[in-house]
Design a protein around this ligand. Structure first.
Ligand code: NAP
Length: 465
């Protein structure tokens, strides 16, 4: 048989797979395409892939035989059992050091398991987050690979060439061990929903609070997109708001409003409809303040809430990395999200810089740049949340971000009452704060008090109530 010429194989010719293959082909790599339903291979070669260097394979054996060693095979199939099924089919045909890459939306514990199972057999595994949908796959996605570190040098060139680029830097770097790539993709998706919710809340305040028309709101978003909030999501929201239906009315009225409710209270649609008729909010009051100041405050509220959302996302990754022993590349992660994906923004460049300055930083709020930014944003942020509460406009994301911020900056939180309640009803014990000790309350001891005089002196051994 002829010498293999394939640089990389890809299994799964649905929307993501086909587009990623075409992208890799454009970057000069020779890709071998395979799909469970092999008629799709022929269709792809005869249509989208016509005139390219893309090769097809009609069996796993043929796919493997066409690849140069160490073989690299990307799976872009439905997450779950299809991934395990293809791994099983591939294994007998692969050699030591060959690499299986799962680019689907797999749950990260599966990727931890797959890395361990394949490494035990001398193979390498990569679980890679792929973000950016169809367009990203075709022209440059954000790629978040993690798994067997030994695989990275072999896939780095293809991955970084295929990924989106911002200021010449690829939106792809090694994330960390085992399931780290898919974990980071999961956090990315959470952040994406948070960003969308925050934008929807800002829209709601402008619409229901200030009573602005979609065209005016679009103008505000367009302006915000030139400042600290410069991002893909702000940009598309401005475009959505400008979009007119056939009747000349903005289409967003049903669209965005429903998106917010759908996420927060979707299961309760009927109940909400009934409640809206029998539970009254505050009387609608015309805004009498300084509109320009208010809109500037809203920009700052959005910015500060976004800082908190990303702070929490990175804290989450840090915590998991500690628990699972991963060495996560935080600056690289922010850089990977800089382009190619839904949350791409200028802001992520500032997060990259924060972690480049200090990889060990506990939270973004300790970084000078973000510390100054939240301090500057704070007064406006508080005014917006307060006004929304007075108006009766729900701002769950703005408000929870502010509550987290106030909790995080409080040296003492009211856990003393909570601990006392738990000791009162369940003898769960408590410890005294340094400086509050006395004869009865000794430092460092688990103390139980007989609060009512009726309980005994035995304390509970389990922590949970
Ligand atoms: P998809 O609809 O999730 O999956 C279709 C592909 O999976 C087809 O190649 C199909 O083969 C194969 N497949 C399904 N069940 C199978 C089974 N039991 N055994 C073997 N093969 C099976 O395709 P997609 O939308 O392109 O997504 C691919 C992966 O990327 C998914 O994990 C998805 O979550 C992830 N992803 C998607 C997007 C997006 O925007 N669509 C973005 C990021 C990540 P047949 O043709 O033979 O049915």
């Amino acid at each position: 048989m002829a010498q293999p010429t394939g640089d990389i194989g890809l299994i799964g010719l649905a929307v993501m797979g086909q587009n990623l293959i075409l992208n890799m082909n454009d970057k000069g790599f020779n890709v071998v395409a395979y799909n469970r339903t092999t008629s799709k291979v022929d269709h792809f070669l005869a249509n989208e892939a016509k005139g390219t260097n893309i090769q097809g394979a009609h069996s796993i054996e043929e796919l493997v035989a066409k690849l140069k060693k160490p073989r690299k095979i990307i799976l872009l199939v439905k997450a779950g059992s299809a991934v395990d099924s293809f791994i099983q089919q591939l294994e007998p045909h692969l050699d030591q050091g060959d690499i299986i890459i799962d680019g689907g939306n797999s749950h990260y514990p599966d990727s931890i398991r797959r890395t361990q199972e394949l490494e035990a057999k001398g193979l390498l595994f990569v679980g890679s987050g792929v973000s950016g949908g169809e367009e990203g796959a075709r022209y440059g996605p954000s790629l978040m690979p993690g798994g067997s570190p030994a695989a990275w040098p072999h896939i780095k060139e293809i991955f970084q060439a295929t990924a989106a680029h911002v200021n010449g830097e690829p939106c792809c770097d090694w994330v960390g061990e085992t399931g780290a790539g898919h974990y980071v993709k999961m956090v990315h998706n959470g952040i994406e929903y948070g960003d969308m919710q925050l934008i929807a809340e800002a829209y709601d305040i402008l619409k229901r609070g200030l009573g602005l028309h979609e065209d005016e709101i679009a103008e505000i978003f367009t302006k915000w997109n030139t400042g600290v909030l410069d991002s893909f999501l702000i940009e598309i929201t401005a475009n959505i708001l400008k979009f007119k239906d056939d009747d000349g009315e903005p289409l967003v009225v049903t669209l965005i409003g429903e998106a917010v409710f759908a996420r927060c209270l979707s299961a309760l649609k009927e109940e909400r409809t009934r409640a809206s008729k029998i539970i009254a909010g505050p009387e609608k009051e015309q805004f009498k303040g300084d509109r320009k100041q208010f809109i500037d405050d809203l920009e700052q509220a959005l910015y500060a809430s976004k800082i908190i959302s990303y702070t929490q996302g990175f804290m989450l990754m840090r915590q998991t990395a500690q628990e699972l022993g991963w060495n996560l590349n935080y600056a690289g992660i922010a850089q990977m999200w800089r382009g190619g994906c839904i949350i791409k923004s200028v802001f992520l460049g500032d997060i990259t810089s924060a972690y480049q300055k200090n990889i060990k930083i506990e939270s973004l709020l300790f970084d000078d740049f973000f510390n100054k930014a939240v301090h500057k944003a704070q007064p406006g942020w508080r005014r917006i949340v307060a006004q929304a509460v007075l108006w009766g406009i729900p701002t769950p994301a703005f408000s929870t971000a502010l509550a987290f911020f106030d909790g995080y900056r409080s040296e003492i939180v009211p856990a003393n009452i909570l601990q006392a309640q738990r000791d009162y009803f369940g003898a769960h014990t408590f410890r005294v704060l340094p400086g509050k000790e006395n004869e009865r309350l000794k430092p460092g001891e688990d103390i139980h008090i007989n609060w009512t005089g009726r309980g005994g002196n035995v304390s509970a051994s389990t922590y949970l109530a």
